[in-house]
Design a protein around this ligand. Structure first.
Ligand code: HEC
Ligand code: HEC
Ligand code: HEC
Ligand code: HEC
Ligand code: HEC
Ligand code: HEC
Ligand code: HEC
Length: 390
């Protein structure tokens, strides 16, 4: 389910510089594509590391950041990948099936492994599954290797809404030419690097995919960069050497609102990433950063009161009570009829309600290929019968 599966490898920075010089005030910095952010100096999520020794793993952060180290590993981000042999879904659903035309799909699991097979009645192909992507909150997809040592993506995905298999999103085939094509899609080295770059930590070292030593899931160093230097510096500091002033770790709290949203967009898809990918319509709701910056609330250059971290703490579980988000809206919106917006509260009052703002203004949108709903981060008055705003 690559957000950037068919992303054009095209840089827009040149265009931006031109536009910035031509029209915008000199201080204004626009949203960028992830590729452009990665080309800049310094750390950015999904970037590979220089050396394995620069990473310490999440357990090493626990001695000093106990609360975050206790909560973050339980989040879907930290648990977004596992070996197929450890995948809860497969263990609890030992016979998963799907049929289309003459093709019958089966994932048969026991406590040791999961065997994926496809048959057209006369010919059958089978392979043990290797990797399971997705928690699965919405879906879980599988990768495996064949004798040739290359990666393949199973043509079928588990969807909790179906309690069974369905076509892997965007990989459905009306009439595959043979059993092999019906079974899988080969995934090249560059794309494998990107899949694991968004679903694991430190999977690419010195330009090479390191399947053996990668850290499962989106953990501390996926968002804060390699931590070895910081740990050494902080130990020195705590041993009383007050000359240590260098914190030596990336903290996205220092980013501008525009960059802060692009930061989460490194994996969730920035405005430019989605724009360049050509994805349109309801499928774009899978990318919160893309939808958010098209909200009127975001304005032209964003505002720290409406970045991802204004509503979400990436170290904690997702809040599912609408009321828990009201404080974020009310940092900008006045909340009594008759009250006029003012400088520090530039948003109007709602004529309809005073609480549970997101339940009406952040619509749950059904995305057909995912068989499930996503939250539309384009905050707006939703009018019945209106076309979906791109
Ligand atoms: C640019 C980063 C990125 C890449 C590359 C990427 N993913 Fe994801 N993936 C995400 C994010 C973010 C989510 C959660 C949001 C969503 O659902 O789209 C996700 C969700 C998923 C899910 C769970 C379904 C869901 O919607 O929650 C599966 C399964 C998945 N990805 C598989 C893959 C596979 C397999 C590949 C490579 C072929 C891949 N992804 C490549 C970022 C990425
Ligand atoms: C030996 C104790 C120790 C360990 C281990 C440690 N930290 Fe820290 N960390 C600190 C202290 C102390 C501070 C506060 C430094 C300050 O504000 O001057 C800090 C600050 C931070 C900050 C904020 C930096 C800033 O610029 O404000 C981040 C982010 C962070 N740590 C992440 C991590 C991560 C990720 C790990 C594991 C890879 C880790 N830390 C391991 C002690 C530690
Ligand atoms: C290194 C990649 C990466 C980065 C950076 C990243 N995410 Fe995610 N995020 C993911 C993936 C992958 C998932 C899908 C988890 C799953 O399998 O359900 C996800 C899921 C989520 C979810 C859904 C959790 C749930 O309970 O369903 C939220 C909320 C989220 N991310 C917020 C953020 C925020 C906020 C930021 C920026 C501070 C961020 N993410 C940065 C990869 C990333
Ligand atoms: C999905 C991305 C993501 C992951 C994973 C993540 N962090 Fe953070 N972390 C952030 C962001 C974003 C901020 C800044 C939050 C803000 O601006 O309020 C932050 C801030 C911090 C801070 C600064 C403290 C503070 O409250 O200002 C520390 C310390 C920290 N993280 C430690 C950790 C540790 C330890 C882990 C692993 C257990 C971890 N983080 C995992 C994104 C992440
Ligand atoms: C104004 C508040 C707000 C902001 C800002 C915000 N979100 Fe959300 N987000 C929500 C709400 C509300 C939900 C739905 C929670 C639930 O399931 O009840 C949600 C859900 C999600 C989910 C789960 C999947 C889904 O579509 O339901 C992801 C992933 C996510 N947000 C990522 C992000 C990212 C990345 C950003 C920054 C671009 C962001 N959010 C900014 C309020 C916000
Ligand atoms: C950073 C400040 C800020 C935050 C936070 C914010 N808004 Fe807004 N919002 C505004 C401003 C300013 C406008 C008016 C923009 C305009 O009219 O051009 C607006 C407009 C709106 C509109 C009218 C949009 C339309 O289509 O006409 C709605 C509805 C709305 N906000 C709801 C919300 C909700 C719900 C939240 C919380 C989930 C929220 N806002 C958070 C600043 C904010
Ligand atoms: C029960 C659904 C519901 C809830 C809950 C709700 N709203 Fe609204 N809101 C609406 C509707 C419907 C409109 C359009 C009213 C109209 O145009 O007649 C609206 C309009 C607005 C507008 C546009 C006002 C204008 O003058 O243009 C803003 C801003 C807004 N809401 C913000 C909020 C905020 C902030 C909250 C939470 C404190 C909230 N809403 C809660 C349904 C709701």
């Amino acid at each position: 389910m690559a957000v950037d599966g068919n992303r054009l490898r095209l840089s827009r920075q040149g265009l931006f510089l031109f536009l910035a010089l031509a029209a915008a005030p000199p201080c204004l910095r626009a949203q960028l594509s992830t590729e452009d952010h990665l080309a800049e100096p310094g750390f950015w999520p999904t970037q590979g590391g220089a050396s394995r020794n620069d990473y310490v793993g999440p357990a090493a952060c626990a001695t000093c950041h106990a609360a975050k180290a206790a909560s973050q590993p339980k989040t879907p981000m930290a648990r977004t990948i596992s070996y197929a042999a450890d995948a809860e879904v497969l263990l609890t659903h030992p016979n998963l099936t799907f049929s289309v035309g003459v093709y019958r799909y089966l994932i048969k699991s026991d406590t040791k492994h999961s065997l994926y097979s496809v048959t057209n009645g006369t010919e059958t192909l089978a392979s043990p599954l290797l990797w399971a992507f997705g928690t699965p909150r919405v879906g879980q997809s599988y990768l495996f290797k064949k004798e040739d040592g290359h990666f393949y993506e199973a043509r079928v995905t588990y969807f909790p809404s179906l309690k069974n298999l369905g076509f892997t999103p965007s990989r459905d085939l009306a009439s595959p030419k043979d059993v092999e094509e019906a079974m899988d899609r080969p995934v090249g080295a560059a794309e494998i690097g990107r899949c694991f770059g968004c679903h694991t930590t430190a999977s690419t070292i010195d330009g090479k995919f390191d399947e053996e030593h990668l850290i499962l899931g989106v953990t501390c160093e996926a968002c804060h960069g390699p931590g070895a230097k910081h740990v050494t510096a902080m130990k020195t500091l705590m041993n009383g050497d007050l000359n240590t002033r260098q914190v030596d770790i990336f903290n996205s709290a220092t980013l501008s609102p525009v960059d802060s949203v692009d930061f989460c967009g490194a994996c969730h898809g920035t405005w430019w990433d989605v724009n360049l990918s050509g994805v349109k319509g309801v499928s774009t709701t899978r990318s919160a950063p893309y939808r958010l910056v098209t909200s009127k609330c975001w304005g032209k250059k964003g505002d720290a009161r409406i970045t991802c971290v204004a509503c979400h703490d990436p170290h904690e579980q997702l809040q599912t009570e609408a009321a828990a988000y009201d404080h974020a809206c009310l940092k900008c919106h006045v909340n009594a009829s008759g009250q006029k917006p003012r400088a520090e509260h530039p948003g109007a009052a709602c004529p309809v309600a005073t609480r549970n703002c997101t339940s009406c203004h952040m619509q749950q949108v059904y995305v057909p290929e995912m068989h499930d709903k996503f939250t539309d981060h384009r905050i707006r008055v939703v009018r019945e019968g209106e076309p979906f705003p791109n």
